[in-house]
Write a protein that binds this ligand. Structure first.
Ligand code: ZN
Length: 280
C-alpha cells in the first residue's frame, strides 16, 4: 500500500464536467476523491459509470454519507431511517467501486458522560445490526471525529466504535480533533501520541486509517469554520493543525493512509501541498 492524497468533492476551482476532473487531479499528483453524498446516496448513471471506470484506472474513491444520517440518535425512527440509508449507501458504493464510506456518528444525546455512553452504545448496536443484514463486499465504514465538543465522535469514542464494530475503521479528521479539543494539536509529538493511541488500541485497523487534513478556525465549543489553505486564524495566528508536522508524522510512523483535504475552496491546493511535502 502507498499513501494516497485527494480532495473532498469536486474542488471549487475546477469548473468543467466530472469527466475532466480526473486528469486535472492527475496533473497535480492527486489520485483520490471523496464523493460528497451530502444530500443523499444518489448518483446519475453517467457519474456511476465514470467513477467505476476511474476506480479501475488507479483512482481511490471514498464516499461521504449525508449529514442527516444519525445512528447515535435516541429517536428510534431516526435510527431506523439512518440504517436503511446506510444500506443504500453500501449498495451504491459496491456498484461504483467505492470501498470507504465516511459518516458522522451524530448527536441528539445529552452531553454528559452517561448521555454519551448511552448514545455510543446505541450507535454500535445499530451498526452491528445493519452490517449483519447485508453483504458488505469490501466496503469499510469510517466513523469520523466530530468538530464540536458536544457532538459524538471524540477520539476515544471513535476508537471504541472501531473496536466493537467489525466493519468500522477510524476517520481521523485532524482539524476536527484540534477544534473539539480547543486547540490541542500544537506539536508533532501531540499528534503522534494521539495516533499511537489508535495504533495500540486497534493495531489491525491502524494502517487503513482515513484522514481529513486541513486547517480550521474554532471557538470554545469547537469547530467554527474550515480555513482556506494557507489562511491565518482571524486573530492572525497561523492555521492549525500544522500540515508539515502531520506529513512528518505519517513518515515517521511509516503508515500509508488516505489523506483527503477539506481546505475551504482550496482542497486541491491543500492536498497537493501535503503530497509534495510527502514525496520531496
Ligand atoms: Zn465529515
Amino acid at each position: 500500500m502507498s499513501v494516497v492524497f485527494g480532495v473532498a468533492g469536486v474542488p471549487t476551482n475546477y469548473k468543467g464536467k466530472l469527466k475532466g476532473l480526473f486528469p486535472w487531479l492527475t496533473e497535480r499528483g492527486l489520485n483520490a476523491v471523496e464523493i460528497q453524498c451530502t444530500y443523499g446516496f444518489k448518483m446519475s448513471d453517467e457519474n456511476k459509470k465514470l467513477y467505476a471506470e476511474k476506480k479501475d484506472k488507479g483512482f481511490y474513491l471514498s464516499m461521504h454519507a449525508p449529514y442527516y444520517i444519525n445512528l447515535g440518535s435516541l429517536n428510534n425512527q431516526v435510527v431506523g431511517r439512518s440504517k436503511s440509508n446506510m444500506k443504500d449507501g453500501i449498495e451504491l458504493a459496491k456498484s461504483v467501486g467505492v470501498n470507504r464510506i465516511i459518516f458522522h456518528p451524530g448527536g441528539g444525546h445529552e452531553n454528559t458522560v452517561e448521555g454519551r455512553r448511552v448514545a455510543i452504545k446505541q450507535l454500535i448496536s445499530a451498526i452491528n445490526e445493519f452490517t449483519s443484514e447485508i453483504d458488505m463486499g469490501d466496503v469499510k465504514l469510517y466513523p469520523e471525529i466530530g468538530g464540536k465538543s458536544a457532538s459524538l465522535g471524540s477520539l476515544d469514542e471513535i476508537i471504541e466504535i472501531c473496536r466493537e464494530c467489525k466493519y468500522c475503521y477510524p476517520c481521523i479528521d485532524i482539524a476536527h480533533l484540534h477544534a473539539r479539543e480547543i486547540g490541542s494539536i500544537n506539536s508533532k509529538d501531540v499528534l503522534k501520541e494521539k495516533l499511537q493511541k489508535i495504533k495500540d488500541a486497534i493495531p489491525e485497523k491502524f494502517n487503513y486509517i482515513h484522514f481529513h487534513a486541513y486547517t480550521i478556525n474554532y471557538g470554545d465549543k469547537g469547530e467554527i469554520k474550515h480555513l482556506t489553505h494557507g489562511e491565518n486564524m482571524p486573530d492572525g495566528r497561523e492555521g492549525r493543525p500544522n500540515l508539515d508536522d502531520f506529513v512528518a508524522v505519517l513518515k515517521e510512523m511509516n503508515i500509508t493512509p488516505w489523506v483527503i483535504s477539506e481546505a475551504l475552496d482550496s482542497q486541491e491546493i491543500g492536498a497537493k501541498y501535503m503530497r509534495d511535502l510527502y514525496y520531496n
